[in-house]
Ligand binder design. Structure first.
Ligand code: CAA
Length: 257
């Protein structure tokens, strides 16, 4: 896959998509969002891929939506722009494959929102997180007001969004915004280690678990339990369940296809 603003690599079951507009700190303009949309569509239909890692080139993960492109927008144009960003991020959130954000630097505004749409966030010790939109006279527009409180809780999310403050990686870990923090030069290796650990498991059961968590969190508990029951039952119609349990009984490692 060739793009102007993305670098795509595939190593076996693991795909890496790197946002590549370093001169603008990987700010998200419309072209970049359209490319991201196409890349995610292609990754979704590639049955070989079991984990996606999202990262950024240079010193930034993503420093937000492109302010120069937004500056002159009318309300209608701004609504369309928000719709595009939201559509792509929702696709990332709902794709079967688990997505790890390897946050290598600034994750601000739309960049923080992109990381929030991923399943797991790992950060470089140099990463900085924040929703600085109110300082620009706007609200977050790619889902930040909704995902941030769901992930770190309402009070902390309101503090971050109302003040527009940036927090460092350790603080982000303490408030539950990132899963773990690593030295900058080990971040991608650690993301790969985690991706390989996930990919070594039954891919169907990982995908069903992602669906159960993401969809179940939007439901009442009883309906969510029904969903879990259905997905649990579906696993027993798969070769992977047969292999996983046979391997346990035969005291060997499973060989999932
Ligand atoms: N949009 C457009 N260009 C951006 C950008 C953005 N979000 N962030 C950085 N850039 C550009 C800068 O304009 C600069 O370009 P030039 O070299 O052409 O001047 C280049 O990237 C390098 O940036 P800086 O010189 O500012 O780098 P720095 O290290 O001094 O500062 C920074 C880094 C603190 C991240 C600073 O660039 C910054 O504050 N960026 C904006 C962050 C922001 O407000 N993000 C939210 C955007 S709104 C949004 O995302 C809405 C939404 O929810 C959809």
């Amino acid at each position: 896959m060739e793009f102007n603003n993305l670098i795509y690599q595939k190593q076996g079951e693991i795909a890496v998509l790197s946002i590549n507009r370093p001169k603008a700190l990987n700010a998200l303009n419309e072209e970049l969002l359209q490319e991201l949309n196409i890349a995610i569509d292609k990754i979704c239909v590639d049955k070989e891929i079991n984990v996606l890692i999202l990262t950024g080139e240079g010193k930034s993960f993503v420093a937000g939506a492109d302010i120069t492109q937004m500056q002159k927008k009318t309300s209608d144009e701004a609504r369309n722009f928000a719709e595009l960003g939201m559509k792509v991020f929702r696709k990332i959130e709902l794709m079967d494959t688990p997505v790890i954000a390897a946050v290598n630097g600034f994750a601000l505004g739309g960049g923080c929102e992109l990381a929030l749409a991923c399943d797991i966030r790992l950060a470089s010790s140099k990463a900085k997180f924040g929703q600085p939109e109110v300082g620009l006279g706007i609200t977050p527009g790619f889902g930040g007001t909704q995902r941030l409180p769901r992930i770190i809780g309402e009070a902390k999310a309101k503090e971050l969004i109302f003040t527009g403050s940036m927090v460092d990686a350790e603080t982000a870990k303490n408030i539950g915004l990132v899963n773990n923090v690593f030295e900058p030069d080990t971040l991608l290796d650690e993301a790969f280690k985690l991706a390989k650990k996930i990919a070594a498991n039954g891919s169907l059961s990982v995908k069903y678990s992602k669906a159960a968590i993401n969809k179940g969190l939007q439901m009442d508990l009883d309906s969510a339990m029904e969903l879990e029951k259905d997905l649990f039952a579906l696993c027993f119609a798969s070769e992977q369940q047969k292999e996983g349990m046979a391997a346990f009984v035969e005291k060997r490692k499973p060989n999932f296809k």
